[in-house]
Design a protein around this ligand. Structure first.
Ligand code: ATP
Ligand code: MG
Ligand code: MG
Ligand code: MG
Length: 487
């Protein structure tokens, strides 16, 4: 079943059950705490928080999402993309657990001829929050899931809040057992999550039931009482359902992603999948091809929604994604410009669902191709320097690249520190990051002094440079923290 059909069946299923179909919001979140929209509920937050009265009691959508937290998982698990689509149904003070559970179960198990996804019931598992007896009973009695496949889990996976005072509540996930090829068999054990690649979670139902007070972290806050109106927020990973229904191995092989992967494989002359494992890990070339396919698609969608490469915030995330794709192509042995080959394939894979990536393609390509050119120039000049420094370190018996080498690469060749770390690691070395940061801060001091003297009449562009340095790679994890809190 093509992704476009999975989408349509979802929307039809919920439209037939009284939901208003709402188009996807753009990826740039209208929310100071969030870099990108990372869940289907984000555009509906003001309704859930009670700030705005919803214009409908029930809604359904297919929302574009980007999760920076998952970037490092890409290609290594079977199921994480940096961009993906979350299909959702929402109730604003209307139906609650009973409706959410029945609607989801019907869509999963109704036959294909009846408009459902036709999943084999005997392979479906569900999880509930350990204290949520109501959800437990509904799964068991209303839809008939045997107790052996209802898992009680703790707050970490199965209790949800927005990171701020407001609604919170238990959640319940639907998983499917993909079989022994994907991991060890799981025996139902309260509090213990099964392996995520074998027991694939593809739908999360959130029951907004309580009101929480202020507090830190995911669970460290007081529950103030019941919400006056209970809400439903669900999220189904569309690509996850796609790889199940398309009978392919993973996220990167579904119809909207695979063509990019195939193009990358053709350009680099690699066979995919490579079959040989690597000490029990996925083959590194397979991982690289998946990274390329995922990242090119994500970049297409981000630029399409108005993000441009830059040195901070969203622009920096995009830049990092584009550069990782270029690097992966080089590691696959392809050194020519690859984006003019890969982006049109991504455009064609996505324009059925998002026609704007075709109509706006010239602009999108302009940013992407220019970024690749600039980064290739950076790599050309810096790689020799890096290789020399690595060779010298190894010759003198060391295992750590000096802070001054990393600093020189950054200062003179524009190598972000994460790139140096990654490339050094590929050659078996660590990097003296502390030394690097010391030199960076010394340089900042110098820049300040320069700025002082500039006030007295000396023009000096090093100030500009230091601003770039400061807002560059080093604060990447800061944004990740923001996102973690936001969801
Ligand atoms: P996982 O445990 O697999 O990381 P999650 O619990 O973080 O998933 P939720 O926040 O519950 O995911 O999001 C709802 C649904 O969105 C998930 O059930 C899954 O189907 C889908 N989803 C979440 N993250 C991704 C991703 N990075 N790529 C593809 N689909 C995703
Ligand atoms: Mg996750
Ligand atoms: Mg999960
Ligand atoms: Mg989940």
């Amino acid at each position: 079943m093509k992704t476009s059909e999975i989408r349509q069946r979802f929307l039809d299923h919920f439209a037939q059950r009284g939901h208003t179909v709402v188009p996807s919001a753009g990826l740039i979140a209208d929310d100071p705490n969030l870099l990108f929209v990372n869940a289907g509920m984000v555009p509906f937050k003001p309704y859930f928080l009670g700030q705005v009265t919803p214009p409908y009691p029930r809604a359904t959508s297919v929302q574009k999402c980007v999760r920076t937290l998952d970037i490092d998982e890409v290609g290594k698990t079977t199921r994480h993309g940096s961009f993906f689509q979350m299909n959702g149904n929402f109730s604003f003070g209307d139906y609650f657990k009973d409706g959410a559970i029945r609607y989801a179960w019907e869509l999963c198990t109704n036959s294909i001829a009846d408009g459902g996804y036709g999943f084999d019931e005997s392979k479906l598992w569900v999880s509930v929050y350990e204290e949520d007896d109501e959800a437990y009973r509904l799964w068991r009695d209303a839809v008939g899931v045997p107790e052996s496949r209802i898992i009680r889990l703790g707050k970490g996976p199965n209790f949800w809040s927005m990171g701020v005072p407001g609604p919170c509540g238990p959640c319940s996930e639907i998983l499917i057992d993909r079989g022994p090829e994907y991991g060890p068999e799981y025996v139902n054990t309260p509090g213990v999550e099964p392996d995520g690649d074998r027991y694939l979670e593809f739908w999360n139902l959130v029951f907004m039931q309580y009101e929480r007070g202020p507090g830190q972290g995911k669970t460290d806050y007081p529950i103030l009482g019941d919400l006056p109106a209970q809400n439903i927020d669900t999220g189904m990973g569309m690509e996850r359902v796609a790889f199940l229904l398309q009978d392919v191995d993973n996220f990167y092989e579904v119809d909207e992603v695979r063509p990019i992967l195939d193009k990358a494989a053709a350009l680099s002359g690699k066979r995919y999948p490579a079959h040989e494992q690597h000490d029990g890990h996925p083959n590194p070339d397979d991982v690289r091809l998946r990274v390329v396919a995922d990242h090119v698609r994500t970049a297409l969608m981000l630029i399409g929604d108005g993000v441009t490469p830059g040195n901070e915030g969203r622009g920096y995330v995009l830049r990092r994604i584009l550069r990782r794709a270029v690097r992966a192509m080089r590691l696959l042995g392809y050194e020519d410009p690859s984006f003019p080959e890969l982006f049109p394939v991504a455009r064609d894979a996505m324009s059925g669902s998002y026609p704007e990536v075709a109509t706006d393609y010239a602009r999108i390509a302009g940013y992407a191709y220019a970024e690749e050119d600039a980064f290739r120039a950076t790599l050309r000049s810096g790689t020799t320097i890096l290789d020399t420094a690595v060779a010298e370190t190894k010759k003198s018996g060391g295992s750590q690249l000096s802070g001054s080498s990393a600093f020189q690469l950054h200062d003179t060749y524009g190598f972000p520190i994460d790139l140096t770390l990654e490339m050094a690691a590929e050659q078996g070395l660590t990097v003296d990051e502390e030394g690097f940061r010391r030199l960076m801060s010394e340089q900042r001091q110098r820049a300040k002094a320069d700025a002082q003297s500039r006030k007295t009449g000396h023009a000096d562009t090093s100030v500009l440079r230091s601003v770039l340095d400061r807002t560059g790679p080093t604060n990447f994890t800061g944004y990740l923290e923001v996102e973690r809190e936001g969801r």
